[in-house]
Design a protein around this ligand. Structure first.
Ligand code: ATP
Length: 378
């Protein structure tokens, strides 16, 4: 169902060069984004980066200073909120306290003049798994159950796009994890576009097909959870999604190695390591070598390191924390003061603080970043 030369599909949600300014402050800065119909999309970023403002321009609560919002080819930029095929679920459930769960859910249907609401309300109660308590009032439900009702109420009129603004923010961690799986199941069953705003990277990674990492009103990087995790393009994304060891260095030239191009990087203590590279790097160019802590191994000496790995010698363990399935080390080396190394506790030996160690990783497991960025961003 291609609708235009742009390749957009009928129900895709599109933001085209959208900017929102409040006075001389730019909250959303020239954002262009296509969210495919039926996808679970997460807008991820720290507080104040412009996520909620972006959602509010989709729902119609805020008008862009510039740019357009479209669903398929329909320009909805200036359409009244209630005329948009869009609904929102908020963190504070905003249920009607005097109505039963079933009546809360039926509300949207009745307002549209639907006569027989019994069947669709029952189907919705089944979907959100609250059929057994449809007659209760909201005050008789747990937080997680109330959030399900809010979801049911927002979905009952089948909006094309459902916006979720930190919907799980008020729930405790365990319930949050349960609801994340639940939300994903419901989205898959109804097949509608979900746009989920969160500052919790784990939440975004658990649920979304695609994540847009926002920073200062712009999209820093867009991709699948694995894509963003394994190939962050900026130090901000590398630090914001999980932890990264970021080692500054200078390119020493490109090396064709196995299947992939690698760049040799000289770290600040002179250690040479290889890092995968999509582009050619001129010798002397600044490069940051990134490695996730769980991709690194720790050894008592150099002879224990298998062939072909990048190696940092002369390390000293400065901290050891046992966290159940893994042990997390902080290692001081010449290349960096505090390298994180996470090791599975499957009988591996434990190194105490003060131990002399060697750290290694497979070159293909690292990533290279432009060295002119702030290493602590994010
Ligand atoms: P949070 O997770 O804290 O809600 P957010 O990423 O959703 O953050 P927004 O709520 O979109 O961020 O706000 C982005 C920036 O725009 C913030 O600095 C905020 O102070 C500012 N802002 C939002 N609404 C207004 C407004 N009506 N007037 C002035 N500034 C605003």
């Amino acid at each position: 169902t291609d609708t235009s030369a742009t390749g957009a599909v009928a129900g895709d949600l599109r933001l085209v060069n959208v900017t929102k300014s409040f006075g001389d402050f730019t909250a959303v800065n020239d954002l262009t984004l296509t969210i495919p119909q039926g996808s679970f999309f997460a807008l991820l970023g720290a507080s104040g980066c412009g996520k909620t403002t972006t959602l509010r321009m989709v729902s119609g609560l805020e008008e862009p200073t510039a740019g357009r919002v479209l669903i398929g080819d329909d320009d909805i930029t200036r359409l009244r909120p209630y005329k948009r095929p869009v609904n929102t679920v908020f963190q504070n459930y905003a249920l009607f306290p005097h109505l039963t769960i079933a009546d809360n859910i039926a509300f949207g249907l009745k307002r549209r003049g639907v006569k027989d609401v019994r069947k669709p309300v029952q189907d919705m109660l089944d979907l959100i798994e609250l059929s057994h308590i449809g007659n209760r009032k909201p005050s008789q439900l747990s937080g997680g159950q109330q959030q399900r009702v809010a979801l049911g109420r927002a979905l009952i009129n089948r909006p094309q796009v459902l916006l979720l603004d930190e919907p799980l923010g008020a729930l405790d961690l365990k319930l949050r994890r349960q609801m994340q799986i639940e939300l994903k199941r419901i989205q898959t069953e109804v097949g509608l576009t979900f746009v989920h705003v969160t500052h919790d990277q784990e939440e975004a990674m658990t649920m979304a097909d695609t994540i847009a990492v926002m920073n200062h009103g712009r999209i820093e990087q867009l991709g699948s959870p694995t894509d963003l995790y394994e190939n962050p393009k900026t130090t901000f994304v590398a630090n914001f999604l999980g932890q990264s060891n970021l080692l500054p260095g200078k390119a020493g030239g490109t090396v064709a190695d196995k299947a992939r191009e690698h760049v040799q990087v000289v770290l600040q203590d002179g250690t040479r390591v290889l890092v995968p590279s999509e582009r050619n790097c001129a010798a002397g160019e600044e490069v940051i070598v990134g490695v996730r802590p769980e991709k690194m191994s720790i050894h008592a000496s150099l002879d224990e390191v298998p062939e072909g790995r990048n190696v940092l010698t002369g390390g000293v363990v400065t901290d050891t924390s046992f966290v159940g399935v893994s042990t997390q080390y902080i290692v001081k080396t010449g290349a960096s003061e505090d390298i994180g190394v996470f090791v599975q506790n499957d009988g591996a030996r434990i190194f105490r603080p003060g131990s002399d160690v060697v750290v290694s990783w497979d070159p293909s497991q690292g990533f290279g970043l432009d060295g002119r960025q702030d290493i602590d961003a994010g």
